[in-house]
Write a protein that binds this ligand. Structure first.
Ligand code: SF4
Ligand code: SF4
Length: 203
């Protein structure tokens, strides 16, 4: 009996606290923030858009080791490494990331990639304006990640503006889609050839 009474008392008290909070917010001063002109500041340790970094001499810090990709629980990082040469030195190490992509629509912003990187080549910044109407645009390429995130002046334009062709790749498609399309083209052409061969055998 006393347990029931305690439960009812606790429930009534919690409901009262909730209603008081609602009432306080209802009667309080309205705050209107003029977004996107004003962006509400986030906490310093907020994890948002990724950024790839360069050394002071301009060389990329990323050496294409793929440790970040291995640590990523959402499997949304893709790294393809290539060798630096004397004629084409991109990073300070033996290799560099020829392709570095993050599928932002899958990222859960856990920060494991940042922790896994031995060279502080990738960090998560404070930018949170990542929404897009097109899933293809959510694949962030290396050039996009090397560029600065959008500012108040170029809001909404930065990610597309910095999209440049990756070396030796068709820039009209994201890399992951290009591979899928090429594979499908190859499969289609092999099936197209099959009847021809059968016809040839039948003659
Ligand atoms: S923040 Fe987490 S989920 Fe996002 S890319 Fe890095 S490791 Fe993957
Ligand atoms: S960002 Fe860091 S961990 Fe990821 S491939 Fe580059 S060097 Fe390796």
């Amino acid at each position: 009996m006393s347990n029931n009474f305690t439960g009812v008392f606790r429930g009534t008290k919690n409901t009262g606290v909730g209603l008081a909070t609602t009432l306080r917010a209802f009667l309080g001063r309205n705050i209107t923030e003029q977004y996107p002109e004003y962006k509400h500041p986030v906490m310093p340790r907020f994890r948002g858009r990724h950024k790839l970094h360069r050394h002071a001499n301009g060389l990329e810090k990323c050496v294409g080791c793929s440790l970040c990709a291995a640590a990523c629980p959402a499997d949304c990082i893709r790294v393809v490494a290539a060798e630096n040469t004397d004629d084409n030195r991109v990073s300070a190490g033996e290799r560099f990331a020829q392709v570095y992509e993050i599928n932002m629509s899958r990222c859960i912003f856990c920060g494991y990639c940042e922790m896994a990187c031995p060279f502080d080549a990738i960090t998560l910044g404070n930018d949170w304006e990542l929404a897009d109407l097109n899933r293809d645009q959510m694949i962030y390429t290396k050039n996009m990640l090397l560029a600065d995130p959008p500012t108040k002046d170029n809001y909404g334009m930065n990610r597309r503006a910095v999209t440049r062709p990756e070396p030796d790749l068709d820039s009209s498609l994201p890399v992951w889609l290009e591979e899928t399309v090429s594979r499908e083209r190859a499969e289609r052409s092999s099936t197209d050839l099959a009847p021809t061969k059968r016809q040839g055998r039948g003659k």
